[in-house]
Design a protein around this ligand. Structure first.
Ligand code: UT7
Length: 339
């Protein structure tokens, strides 16, 4: 028994903001952003759109895709939603602080009446963590068959648009994967590594609003909760983390570079990916990048790439792929998957 990715989906807000369209007050340039990150534009959710809305669209996109797959008996979105046993959402930009979980809002709107639902807070590694958690929950109980893993972010709402070191980097979007148990021994998630280094927790955080820095009655707040980042420290950590995870996953499964169809990295900075590739002597072409279009969508970045590959005909059943990422926490990890 293995756990395979049966279908993928994504949701990208229509509004696209190129580097040259950024608010005039930001002291930056298209040239700086492209040369330091590889980012050309980002997509921004409308004011009325929250994390659960993007997540729901990505979830519906994955389930609709699944209805067209071999071996799927259900005929409608409503029917297949009822077969879900778990919904797991990775996000740093939930609809609400603390509770309810955004996953429960998705569960209700999807009509997934038989599913458990929960959010996980693992920063940009949320999807990587989510695959392993969902896979474990399916494996441990013979009655469970399907799980939906989603990464969804509305980061544009949690940025300080006066901080050029962070606001140019992020974008909004969501991606989803439907996991299903399979008897095919040649498919599924082969191995996952999940790691954390909490000593770097203050390098990337949204400081206000939690129990550590709670808002107080009568307090006047001059800036909304927003991402604060020590970009240089995260950069150094990220190159080390990616290098370590890729090497460990390959060694643990006895896999060579040529065995891998794609490496799907978290899309934070094209230079981070290049630096890790160079250290490992892996050609840049092995890594799939779409950061130029979407910027860093945190937990959504890996499933968005997976869906683009899948629908673009660049992923075939049986392809060996690797995900690898890092993020707030600091967290890092990767999955080795036979698609
Ligand atoms: O998902 C995980 C989340 N975050 C990340 O992965 C981010 C990891 N870090 C990075 O990607 C890079 O560190 C950044 C893209 C954030 C910054 O690139 P860098 O090459 O590390 O630049 P730096 O922070 O060393 O800054 C170099 C210069 C500074 O100016 P001075 O002090 O040399 O005069 C910055 O003020 O670049 C300046 N700078 C900018 N200039 C124009 C920083 N941001 C900008 C900007 N436009 N947007």
């Amino acid at each position: 028994m293995a756990i395979e990715i049966k279908a993928t989906g994504r949701a990208i807000p229509a509004k696209r903001l190129t580097n040259t369209e950024l608010p005039a007050g930001i002291d930056t340039s298209d040239d700086w952003i492209r040369s330091h990150t590889g980012i050309g534009s980002r997509h921004i959710a409308d004011d009325a759109v929250a994390c659960s809305d993007l997540a729901l669209s990505a979830a519906r996109s994955a389930l609709t895709f699944a209805l067209e797959q071999d071996g799927v008996q259900e005929k409608t979105l409503e029917e297949i939603a009822l077969t879900l046993d778990m919904i797991i959402l990775g996000t740093a930009t939930a609809d609400y602080y603390g509770c309810p979980s955004t996953a429960c809002i998705i569960q209700n709107k999807l009509g997934a009446k038989n599913a458990g639902a929960m959010d996980i807070s693992a920063g940009c590694s949320g999807f990587i963590y989510g695959l392993e958690i969902a896979s474990g929950l399916l494996s441990i109980n013979p009655a469970r068959k399907r799980a939906l893993v989603i990464g969804s972010e509305v980061l544009s709402r949690f940025l300080d648009w006066n901080d050029r070191g962070s606001c140019v980097l992020f974008g909004d979007g969501a991606g989803a994967a439907l996991l299903e148990k399979t008897d095919n021994p040649k498919r599924g998630i082969l191995r996952t590594i999940l790691k954390a280094d909490g000593s770097g927790s203050d390098h990337l955080m949204i400081k206000r609003g939690g129990s550590r820095n709670c808002f107080k009655s009568g307090e006047v707040v001059d800036i909304h909760p927003h991402v604060e980042m020590n970009g240089r420290a995260v950069y150094i950590f990220a190159v080390r983390a990616m290098t370590e995870i890729i090497a460990q996953l390959m060694e643990a499964e006895g896999v060579g570079v040529d065995d891998l169809r794609w490496i799907v990295p978290h899309q934070a900075n094209a230079r981070i990916v290049s630096a890790a590739a160079k250290r490992l002597s892996i050609p840049d072409e092995k890594f799939v990048l779409n950061i130029e279009e979407y910027a860093n969508t945190s937990s959504a970045s890996i499933p968005i790439v997976l869906d683009e590959l899948n629908r673009g005909g660049k992923l075939r059943r049986g392809d060996l792929i690797m995900t690898v990422g890092f993020g707030a926490g600091l967290t890092y990890g990767g999955n080795l998957i036979v698609f």
